[in-house]
Each structure stands twice: as C-alpha cells, then as structure tokens.
Design a protein around this ligand. Sequence first.
Ligand SMILES: [Mg+2]
Length: 175
Amino acid sequence: MKKGWNNMVLERFFPDIYVKSVYELPIEALKAKGIKGLVFDIDNTVAPFDITEPDDDLIELFIFLKKQGFRLCILSNNNKERVQLFNKNLKTLAVHKAGKPGVKKLKLALEKLKLSPQNTAIVGDQIFTDMWCGHKAGLTCILTAPICNRDQLVTKVKRGMEKQVLKVYFKRERK
Ligand SMILES: [Mg+2]
C-alpha cells in the first residue's frame, strides 16, 4: 500500500522518455506520437551551465531538428543575458527566467510555438524542475543525463534527492 502511494507521489518527477543526451532523441517515435515541438532546457541539458555559447554540434542538431519539422524553443530558469547570448547562434524561440517547475512561462513557450501540450515535449536534465513542470502542463517529458557533473550550487543540493527518485524510476523501468 505504502509503496504504491510513494510511486504515485514520485510519478510527477518521472520522465516519459529517458535519453543519455539530446543527440539520442527518438525522432521517429516522437513524430509517431504527434510531437511537433521541443522545448529545451539549457543548463546541463544542451550545454554545461558555465559555457556561454552553443558548440557547433548543438547548432547542427537544432538545424537538423528544424529540418525534421520540429518547432524549437529554449526555456531556461537562467537570466535574460545568459539566454540571449546562448541563443545568438541558435536563433530559435527563447524564454528566460522560466521559474520552472512553475508552468506560466512554459505556457508562454507553447504560445510562441503555437502548439498544444499534447504536441510538445520538454527536454531537460532535472526532475524537480523540467519534468515536474512538463507533467503539470501536460507535455511529454524527456529526461537527459546532465551533460557534465559541474552544477550550480542550488542544483547541487537537489542532485542527491534526485538520485533517490531516479533509483526508483530506473528500478521500475527494468521490470
Ligand atoms: Mg538544467
């Protein structure tokens, strides 16, 4: 009984899809699911949090995804300067100070994308911000492993708890 309740509480943090990196997104499966838009977290999802600009691989990935027909938006809890500089060469839709796990700015991202939650997936490295936010708004939630093990202090604190929740998730996935 207790175990079931625990899992229900944890569900909101579990991803629908787990990938090791954004370069392993299951493009065809997402298309089959009707996903037309991807909302990307920045820090430790598509770049280390302390790297200010996207590398060539990421720029190419975004071009590739757009060619595949996806609409893209970056949605970061980080500030305007960080997001604008990062987006200079990505040239995509962008929302800063997202306040994830709050959903207000995610809804703004959907407005910019002109897509519904059902047709959009959120991609991020944190379960307590990206996944929770995505589930609350009804998006498909894709978790990536963090790109590097350097973290902002605030994130570092959450990683321990995150590890515990993910342990339950991966244990269930193996069944
Ligand atoms: Mg992140």
